[in-house]
Design a protein around this ligand. Sequence first.
Ligand code: BGP
Length: 485
Amino acid sequence: MSNKRFPDGFLWGGAIAANQAEGAWNEGGKGLSVADVAMFKANVDVKDYAKHVAINTQTITAAMQDESDADYPKRRGIDFYHRYAEDIALFGEMGFKALRLSIAWSRLFPTGEEAQPNMEGVQFYINVFKEMKKHNIEPIVTLSHYEMPLALSVKYNGWVDRQVIDCFVRFSDACFDYFKPYVKYWLTFNEVDSICRHPFTTAGIIPDKLTLGKEKQEIYQALHHQLVASAMVTRDCHEKIPESMVGCMLTKLTTYPHTCHPKDVELTLLKNLDNYFYADVQVFGEYPPLTLSRWQREGIKVEMTQADCDVLKAHTVDYVTFSYYMSMTESASDDVERAPGNTIIGVKNPYLDETEWGWQIDPVGLKISLLELYDRYRKPLMVVENGMGAKDTVENGNIHDPYRIKYFKEHFEQMREAINMGVDCIGYTSWGPIDIVSASTSQMSKRYGFIYVDQDDFGQGSLERMRKDSFYWYQDVINTNGESL
Ligand code: BGP
């Protein structure tokens, strides 16, 4: 293709989340979040995400009584709270145009129910945005990224209770009011489709508190509350910050049929539709008929008022963002080898390599994902998470990570092809541009960064930051807007 290039002004950058980077879990007036009770389980298979994210009333109670961060890596993160200036300077050195980050809800509203925000928390983020401005780095802010106030989970069982909508709208309005001078790009719920896979991290739902036999119904009711809240804050953001862009964020779990057997194809279609429907509501302003009829067949009754439906319809998103790490296949046969993915289990694709965590590496899948999403939604897209976790090693002060460079190079080439085929993709933020705590396993050893952080799974280390070989490679990609690929 003649003009094989990225558009001028393409937002190259990286993405982090407060609960995986900040640390300072009990500083600056912050309240406990659901991430602060996520325990690192050293002897659990890293491919068994369900065991890693498992939580119950008993483990939460024990965590609330534990004042240390020894077993809870997300309490310490990588100390971004105190080191943000140094880290942002490193992102600036790479030439970042954008940095995706989240606002820790419990840093502004410690219990989630305060009438006014904790100003120490507000000030922290203003300082971060000011530092980013010094380096001309555009913030892309996620309002909810797996870190809601634990108090809302314990008191209401999280988003199951409609009252949490008002708490979230009050938190979001405070963000719009205080961060309006610095932030134009907003995302409401990280991986809005993940509520069924890990209801606690996504929506503060404690599984043993759900009503026996009504678990799925209550989880989908919680989802509905999140989608209504998302539309409400989209409305408020547009009113308060007229030039703002509000996006949804989907885990793009790209799935192929394991064979061309029609049953495999049918199952795969249903799995992909079940992935899309969450974003469909935020883009089209209504639930897909196939989702509603599925719920009816399964006896799932989600309470929706007319006001809910009106706000969903009136306040849809301006752009669509997504995470993409891997693809998988689906099969109607039981006689297949299963493979882990991003908080999901699929069927192994024999044509693909995999990371040490078993995630199947599929650069073409990124192009497919971009084409599918753009054709479905016809809105600007942004890839806001992509990357590979790997066990990097330091040799004489260097970190050679050719495998990471290969992963990104191949994914960027496919992204460029999709753009040249007509996809309106406005930006790309790699996941974890600096090593941070893993969301699913709470490991530090699952490293994603272009910047190495000297800290192990148990919190040992100097926290020193070190540039990996990929740091300089990505710096070149950004500075040449992809011409160096
Ligand atoms: C996504 C989350 C991110 C990030 C990523 C990588 O689901 O939105 O927070 O963590 O997955 O997953 P992990 O950290 O488990 O390797």
